[in-house]
Ligand binder design. Structure first.
Ligand code: C2E
Ligand code: CA
Ligand code: CA
Length: 568
C-alpha cells in the first residue's frame, strides 16, 4: 500500500505497521509532508497543519509548483525538489509565514525514497522549529500586536531588530548577512498630488509586492515614513548583494495602478555587510550612513565604506597581481655589493619592482607581504629567479664582470611551491653556473612548516646555490637558522647599522653577530651603509661585504650596465 492512500482510506483497513507510523507522525513535534514521484502532496501530519495554518485539503494532490500561484512559500519546495533529486537529500533553514501572517524560521530536510531500481518513489519533507526558534517565536508573539506596522503589516523597527539580532546569533552568519536601508524618492509629490490616503495605499501595495516576491529570501520592515529596511541572508559578496538589490529596485519601480492612476516609484539604497563583532545598532547606522551617501550622489546603491572599500581594494589588488604574474610585469633592480676592504664590486642584490600599468613602479613592501598572504608568492619567486638567471646568462654573454647575483626568497615561499624542481629546471634551461646565483632567505610573517623549510633549503643548496640569512637578528629564530640551514652568509639588517653609533647595546649585538659569523667561517654583509662613518664601523666589525646608498641605490639593469660595467 502506498503512502498516497493514507488519507483516503479507513483507519481499520490500514495494516498495523502503517497505522503505527501514521499515529506517530500525527503526534510528533516536527511537521511532515510526503510527495509522490510526480511531486503531488499525498500526506501532511497534524503539526504541518498547525505550523502552516494549511489544511490537508488545501494542499492534497497538488504539486508545490501549482501551489506557488496562491501560496508563494511553496516556490521554495520546487527548488528543494531539484536539489534533492540530484543529491538524494537537502537541508536548510528558511523563513516562513503562518496563514495568520506570523513569520517564523524553520529548519527543513528533504529526503528521497527510492525503489530497488533507483527510481524515486516518494519525497519526504520534515521541518521543525528548534528550541531556540521556539523561544524566539514566543518572544516575537509576546508582543505581536506591537510588532507590526499598522499600515503595511510589515514588521516594525522593534521586530526587525529582533530578526536581525536572531540572524546574527546563528552560526556562520558573520559573512552572510546584509542589512539594506532604502528610502522612496519624491514620495511627497504623490501625497501632494493625490492626497495622503492615496500615498498610504501606494505604501501598502508596495509592501505586499515586496513581501510576496521575496518571501523566503528577505525580511522587510517599514522603518519610518517612506524609509524601509531589509535583511538579506546567505549573501557573501558585494556582487550577490547588488544583484538582490537590483531585483528589489525592479519591484519598486515596476508600474503600479492605484485607483486608476499608473504610478512608478524610485528608491535609494544604503547597505552594510555584517562583520563579526558589530553591534546591531552599528550595523544599522552603517547602512543608514550609506543611504545618506546614496541620497547625495547619482549612485542608487551605496555600500558602507569602512568595511567594503578595504576589501574591495584588496580584491582588486589580488586580481591585478594575478594579471601581473600572467603578463610578467615584474622587473629586478640591482644594488651593488661591495668588498669592505678594497671597495671592489662583488655582485648585486636583485630587488623586485612591479611595473604597474597605471601606478608606475611599485616597491616590494607594497605587494610582497600581501602576495605571501594570498599564496601568490611562489609564482612571483619563480619569475624572480628566472629573471635573475636570464640576466646572469645575458651579462656573461656580454662579457661583463658582475660577480654574483643574490635574490630574495621569503621562507613561506619555500613550502608553498615546487620550488626546488622549478629552480632546477630554470638552471637547466638558462645553462648558468649555479655558483653565480645566491639566495637570501627572509623570515616570513605567515606560519611555517619548519621541517619542510629546512629540507627545501638543503635541496636548494644541493643544486649549487649559496644561501644567506637576510635581516639577521630581526627575526625570531635567527640563531636556529644558523644551526639548521646550510648557510654561507648572513646579512646584518640595516636597522642595526643605522643604530650602531648611538646605541651601545646594539653596537654590542652587531659586534657579536659579526664575530660569530667570522668564527663560523661565514661571509658577513652589512646592509644600509649610507655614510663613510658607517663604512668605517663595518670595517672595524670585520664585515666582509657592504651594501647601501653610499655606493648606489638599486638600479634598473640598463643603468647598472652604464654605471658599473664601464668603471669595473
Ligand atoms: P631587503 O632584502 O632587506 O633589501 C634591502 C632593502 O633596503 C631594499 O629595499 C633596498 O632598496 C633598501 N636599501 C638598500 N640600501 C639602503 C640604504 O643605504 N638605505 C636605506 N634606507 N635603504 C636601503 P626594497 O628594494 O624596497 O626591498 C624591500 C624588501 O622587499 C627587501 O628587503 C626584501 O625583503 C623584499 N624583497 C625585495 N625583492 C624581493 C623578491 O624578489 N622576493 C621577495 N620575497 N622579497 C623581496
Ligand atoms: Ca635581501
Ligand atoms: Ca634588510
Amino acid at each position: 500500500m502506498s503512502i498516497s492512500s493514507l488519507k483516503s482510506i479507513q483507519f481499520s483497513e490500514i495494516p498495523i505497521q502503517q497505522r503505527l507510523i501514521q499515529k506517530t507522525l500525527g503526534h510528533i513535534s516536527e511537521a511532515v509532508m510526503y510527495m509522490d514521484a510526480s511531486h503531488r502532496i499525498v500526506y501532511v501530519n497534524e503539526r504541518f497543519q498547525q505550523l502552516t495554518g494549511l489544511q490537508f485539503y488545501d494542499v492534497s494532490g497538488k504539486t508545490p509548483q501549482e501551489l506557488t500561484k496562491t501560496k508563494p512559500e511553496f516556490s521554495f519546495y520546487s527548488h528543494m525538489l531539484q536539489t534533492a533529486e540530484k543529491h538524494g537529500y537537502w537541508q536548510s533553514e528558511i523563513w516562513n509565514q503562518h496563514e495568520n501572517g506570523q513569520i517564523y524560521l524553520q529548519s527543513v530536510i528533504m529526503m528521497t525514497n527510492k525503489d530497488d531500481a533507483g527510481n524515486i518513489q516518494q519525497y519526504i519533507v520534515v521541518f521543525s522549529k528548534d528550541r531556540d526558534h521556539q523561544l524566539y517565536e514566543k518572544e516575537l508573539t509576546a508582543d505581536a500586536a506591537s510588532s507590526y506596522d499598522t499600515l503595511t503589516s510589515l514588521p516594525n523597527r522593534l521586530l526587525f531588530e529582533k530578526h536581525v539580532m536572531h540572524a546574527i546569533q546563528q552560526p556562520g552568519t558573520s559573512t552572510s548577512l546584509a542589512v539594506v536601508f532604502f528610502q522612496l524618492e519624491r514620495f511627497a509629490d504623490f501625497n501632494e498630488k493625490y492626497g495622503i490616503l492615496f500615498g498610504n495605499m501606494v505604501l501598502k501595495h508596495l509592501a505586499a509586492r515586496l513581501n510576496h516576491h521575496f518571501y523566503h529570501r528577505a525580511i522587510f520592515s517599514r522603518w519610518k515614513g517612506t524609509e524601509f529596511a531589509c535583511i538579506l541572508k546567505d549573501v557573501t559578496n558585494q556582487q550577490e548583494i547588488h544583484a538582490s538589490i537590483e531585483v528589489i529596485r525592479e519591484k519598486i519601480s515596476a508600474p503600479m495602478n492605484i485607483k486608476g492612476f499608473d504610478i512608478s516609484l524610485q528608491a535609494k539604497f544604503g547597505v552594510d555587510l555584517y562583520t563579526q563583532g558589530t553591534s546591531v545598532s552599528d550595523f544599522f547606522s552603517n547602512a543608514k550612513a550609506a543611504l545618506q551617501q546614496a541620497k547625495k550622489t547619482e549612485e542608487p546603491i551605496v555600500f558602507y565604506r569602512k568595511t567594503m572599500e578595504k576589501s574591495e581594494e584588496l580584491f582588486l589588488m589580488e586580481a591585478e597581481l594575478r594579471q601581473a604574474i600572467k603578463e610578467k610585469q615584474f622587473e629586478l633592480y640591482y644594488q651593488p655589493l661591495i668588498c669592505t676592504k678594497d671597495k671592489t664590486l662583488l655582485g648585486f642584490e636583485g630587488l623586485i619592482r612591479w611595473n604597474h600599468p597605471t601606478k608606475g613602479v611599485v616597491p616590494p613592501v607594497a605587494f610582497i607581504p600581501f602576495a605571501e598572504q594570498i599564496g601568490l608568492i611562489g609564482d612571483i619567486g619563480r619569475l624572480v629567479f628566472e629573471k635573475a638567471c636570464r640576466q646572469i646568462a645575458d651579462w656573461e654573454a656580454a662579457g661583463f664582470d658582475f660577480g654574483k647575483i643574490h635574490v630574495n626568497i621569503s621562507m613561506n615561499e619555500l613550502h608553498q611551491s615546487q620550488i626546488v624542481e622549478q629552480f632546477a629546471a630554470v638552471l637547466e634551461t638558462t645553462k648558468i653556473n649555479p655558483d653565480k646565483i645566491g639566495i637570501e632567505l627572509t623570515e616570513s610573517s605567515t606560519s611555517l612548516n619548519m621541517e619542510d623549510t629546512i629540507n627545501k633549503v638543503k635541496a636548494l643548496e644541493k643544486l649549487g646555490l649559496s644561501i644567506a640569512i637576510d635581516d639577521f637578528g630581526t627575526g625570531f629564530s635567527s640563531f636556529d637558522y644558523l644551526i639548521d640551514f646550510p648557510i654561507q652568509r648572513i646579512k646584518i639588517d640595516r636597522s642595526f647599522m643605522k643604530a650602531l653609533g648611538n646605541n651601545k647595546k646594539i653596537s654590542a649585538i652587531v659586534m657579536s653577530i659579526a664575530l660569530m659569523g667570522e668564527t663560523m667561517g661565514l661571509e658577513v654583509v652589512a646592509e644600509g651603509i649610507e655614510t663613510e662613518e658607517q663604512l668605517q664601523q663595518a670595517r672595524r666589525l670585520n664585515c666582509n661585504v657592504v651594501q647601501g646608498y653610499l655606493f648606489d641605490r638599486p638600479l634598473p639593469k640598463e643603468v647598472v650596465e652604464e654605471k658599473w660595467f664601464r668603471t669595473v
